[in-house]
Design a protein around this ligand. Structure first.
Ligand code: AHR
Length: 497
């Protein structure tokens, strides 16, 4: 009996529909996140559309990316938007002092970014603004340049540069990591600075832009307290939270491949920490914002591991394995459970950097296991989470103990019940008993599974499809028991068998 993990869905307990914006992406001028990974330029021999590589865009388009954060990260608070408009040949060359002092050609600027969003199929813009090293006027002018209609000189300049039609800016980041690379501010200073910039923030009449204030790092609850107390819903619509998953420590984050089971467990424990972080930051926000007007925007999350020896550490690029797929699934399940407050999130980062969806090398590319998690989770967009309690066996490695199974259950708009089950145990299959009110018997869980023999199974340029989802189908016998293979993610729908 102890071997069975129970997932019990409570009949009356429905959450707020899961926002599609929690499946957002982030692309920074860092390493080959933009240059090489997305942008190769119109003259490249790599097939491209107006400079963006067709292979990568087409793979990302299939993910239906709801929003994309750009141009940083830390780069955002060093970026002057004026460098990235006008004829490309005349744009200044700068030094990217945020990331390795590499040349920044400014080939990708506002217009190119907006074109990328179109090519991705209508992805919403999340522009990360600069409050660390530019003035409120600069911020206001960038917004005016992007969104103004009519006779404004900036609107005319935008027209001359190729877009008479205003751009739509769905989200605007009022800074990034203001406690660190975005200005080294105290919480009090950050709150005052956010209020100041909010005073000059404007968007075109009839349009709405969600203002995302730069929020806390990990468990800095004091930062959240002060931001909500001194600024809050009057000055911003979202507060960001950053939490990265290390397998080790900040100093030695751990190897991306060839790791031990202890490092597997430690990474998953750190990913699960998101539950506590979101719960505690939300509780503080609740005290100042009972109506939940301000969303918690987890706009940087995912694995951060050591760059392998021999690779340029300024690229922030490492392999992405089955373990990272579990990190993603566990984290998305946390967001589902907190759908009332977590209404936007962007994983770091989209291509080549951090926990990427895609890796490229010259003309070659491959999709990572994390890409497939984002693909499998598409049916959860807009679905109503059904509160469930997961009990049963624990997974233990050394001093680490975790629930062996993590689950998320939600009802899509068309009434279909979607289920995600994650078996954290890398060595033992687990039986899961699903108790869902109204579940007809017999019925089946039909969908896909992502699993492998090795904990660090991954794709690469030679074998890009080594780890991809396989079809999964299980008949739910009386009591609704499903056998979940070791280290696996199953996402499927309940259907009559
Ligand atoms: O994702 C890399 C960096 O991590 C981001 O630029 C920064 O915001 C964070 O510290």
């Amino acid at each position: 009996k102890a071997e069975i993990a129970d997932v019990v869905v409570s009949p009356a307990s429905e959450g707020v529909p899961i926002s599609r914006n929690i499946y957002g992406q982030f692309s920074e001028h860092l390493g080959h996140g933009v240059y090489g990974g997305l942008w190769v330029g119109p003259d490249s021999s790599i097939p491209n559309t107006r400079g963006f590589r067709n292979d990568v865009v087409s793979a990302l388009r299939a993910l239906e990316v709801p929003l994309l954060r750009w141009p940083g990260g830390c780069f955002a608070d060093k970026y002057d938007w004026r460098d990235g408009i006008g004829p490309r040949k005349r744009r200044p060359n700068r030094v990217n002092t945020a990331w390795g002092d590499v040349p920044e050609t400014n080939a990708v600027g506002t217009h190119e970014f907006m074109d990328l969003l179109d090519q991705l199929g209508g992805t919403s813009a999340y522009i990360a603004g600069n409050i660390g090293s530019l003035t409120p006027t600069d911020m206001a002018r960038w917004m005016e340049y992007m969104t103004a209609v009519g006779g404004s000189t900036l609107a005319k300049e935008r027209g001359k540069n190729g877009s008479r039609v205003p751009f739509r800016v769905a989200f605007f980041g009022v800074g990034n990591e203001s406690w660190g690379c975005g200005g080294n501010m105290t919480a009090e200073k950050a709150a005052a600075t956010t209020r100041r910039y909010a005073a000059f923030f404007a968007t075109a009449p009839g349009t709405r832009t969600i203002r995302v204030a730069a929020g806390p790092n990990v468990d800095d609850y004091h930062f959240t307290e002060v931001m909500m107390r001194d600024a809050g819903a009057r000055y911003f619509d979202a507060l960001s939270l950053h939490h990265y998953t290390f397998a080790g420590t900040w100093e030695r984050k751990g190897s991306a491949i060839g790791f031990s089971e202890a490092e597997w467990g430690s990474a998953l424990r750190n990913a699960r920490r998101m539950e506590e972080l979101v719960t505690r930051h939300s509780a503080i926000m609740d005290r100042y914002d009972q109506e939940q007007r301000v969303m918690l925007a987890v706009d940087e999350w995912g694995s951060w591991l050591d760059t392998p020896p021999g690779k340029d550490p300024n690229l922030y690029s490492w392999q992405n394995t089955l373990r990272d797929a579990l990190v993603a699934a566990i984290t998305l399940n946390v967001f589902h459970r907190h759908s009332d407050r977590v209404r936007m999130a962007t994983i770091a980062q989209m291509v080549n950097v951090d926990q990427a969806m895609i890796h490229t090398d010259g003309p070659r590319m491959f999709r990572t296991p994390t890409y497939w998690v984002f693909d499998l989770y598409k049916p959860f967009r807009g679905a109503t989470p059904l509160a469930s309690v997961t009990g049963g066996p624990r997974y233990r490695v050394g001093a680490i103990t975790l629930p062996a199974v993590d689950a998320s259950v939600a009802r899509a708009e068309d009434g279909i019940i979607w289920i995600s089950l994650v078996n954290l145990d890398p060595t033992r299959a687990r039986n899961v008993r699903l108790t869902i009110p109204g579940m007809s018997s017999p019925c089946a869980l039909v969908g896909h599974i992502l699993t492998a023999e090795a904990m660090d199974q991954h794709n690469d340029f030679d074998e890009p499809d080594r780890l991809v989802p396989a079809r999964f189908s299980a008949t739910l016998t009386t009591g609704g028991i499903v056998s979940l293979p070791a280290k696996s993610i199953v996402v499927g729908r309940l259907s009559l068998s």
